[in-house]
Write a protein that binds this ligand. Structure first.
Ligand code: ADP
Ligand code: MG
Length: 321
């Protein structure tokens, strides 16, 4: 039987990789050497079995996803990943599960130079909580309260594919096998837009990552910045799978589907070329989808500028069914 300490040593402990981590896993605390030129960006996200992922979820993808959602929060702040801790409740010490989970987790960590520096391991219903640490030059974080009337609104990548996968799983839609597999890939292995977030420093104003659905997430920017927005619904970026669906499904999934982990950000119109340059430099597509306005509230308009009245509730853990 694998003990708690064997498990940590075998699946999560590796030689230190970063110069600014002076003590990693194995002592009472990790020790980081602070970068005095930078602000520290900190975020936690918890994933609960049956709530954020299906029971029996494939462990490699799960390891990827639980770090990806945390990296996405750093991206939405324009912060550079440094390190993270992992608090893990496991029903049992299943070695095959642990091997796959830790490789999914650590492969993504290595891709972003983000080091696992500690955590906690306990027996219990499967629950994964990561706290991530990043850094950002003072004054350059992309905060939710920074949007100004006249700013363009931009979205990275595509919206709605994860919601499409959910519709396939729930049999709300009859998807062919390859569409479901591709959409499921987007749901289970989201790409955190870390390079884009960092490239937008000094260019974008406000940003948020789209985790609960665009309409709900952009509302956080609008509220904090005390502004409103006009979104061109037909400008929202759909990938090829969603583009093949009916207009009402396409619109609904892009506006209110969660789990996309794309960035929604605002930037002055004078920065359009700079935004496109940052997007190209980070290898991430971006689409201009609307404008920030003084008048509070979110207005959805079609191609002709007519205001649409659509249900746009996004996900909320306590009020959604
Ligand atoms: P403590 O008793 O001080 O809480 P633990 O025995 O829980 O310490 O953990 C021993 C070491 O292993 C600590 O450095 C802790 O940060 C690390 N650790 C525990 N669980 C994990 C995990 N799931 N991933 C990474 N490091 C972990
Ligand atoms: Mg402990």
């Amino acid at each position: 039987m694998l003990s708690e300490f064997d498990l940590i040593a075998r699946y999560f402990t590796r030689p230190p990789r970063r110069q600014d981590v002076s003590v990693g896993i194995g002592d009472d605390c990790a020790l980081l050497i602070p970068d005095h030129e930078a602000q520290l960006a900190i975020s936690s996200d918890m994933l609960v079995e049956g709530r954020h992922f299906f029971p029996g979820a494939e462990p490699h993808a799960l390891g990827h996803k639980c770090l990806a959602v945390n990296l996405s929060d750093l991206a939405a702040m324009g912060a550079e990943p440094v390190a993270f801790t992992l608090a893990l409740a496991l029903p049992e010490a299943n070695q095959e599960w642990l091997a796959r989970f830790s490789s999914g987790l650590l492969e993504l960590a290595d891709r972003h130079g983000c080091e696992l520096i500690g955590g906690d391991t306990t027996k219990g219903p499967l629950n994964i909580c990561i706290t991530i640490f990043g850094k950002v030059p003072p004054g350059q974080a992309l905060k939710r309260d920074a949007a100004r009337a006249g700013d363009d609104i931009w979205i990275s990548g595509n919206l709605g594919d994860a919601r499409l996968a959910l519709a396939g799983y729930r049999s709300e839609l009859d998807l062919d096998e390859s569409t479901l597999a591709n959409a499921a890939g987007r749901m289970h292995r989201p790409t955190p837009r870390v390079e884009l977030g960092m490239a937008l420093r000094g260019i974008a104003r406000a940003a948020i990552d789209v985790s609960d659905g665009l309409s709900g997430d952009i509302a956080h920017i609008l509220k904090k910045s005390a502004v409103g927005a006009r979104l061109q619904i037909d400008a929202l970026p759909a990938g090829p799978m969603l583009a093949a669906q009916d207009q009402s499904i396409r619109r609904r999934f892009m506006l209110a589907g969660g789990d996309d982990y794309e960035l929604c950000f605002t930037a002055p119109a004078s920065m359009r070329d700079a935004v496109l340059h940052a997007a190209a430099a980070s290898g991430t597509a971006v689409t201009r989808v609307g404008v920030i306005e003084d008048k509070p509230g979110l207005r959805l308009v079609d191609r002709d500028g007519a205001i649409l009245d659509l249900e746009t509730d996004s996900f909320d853990h306590f009020t959604s069914p």
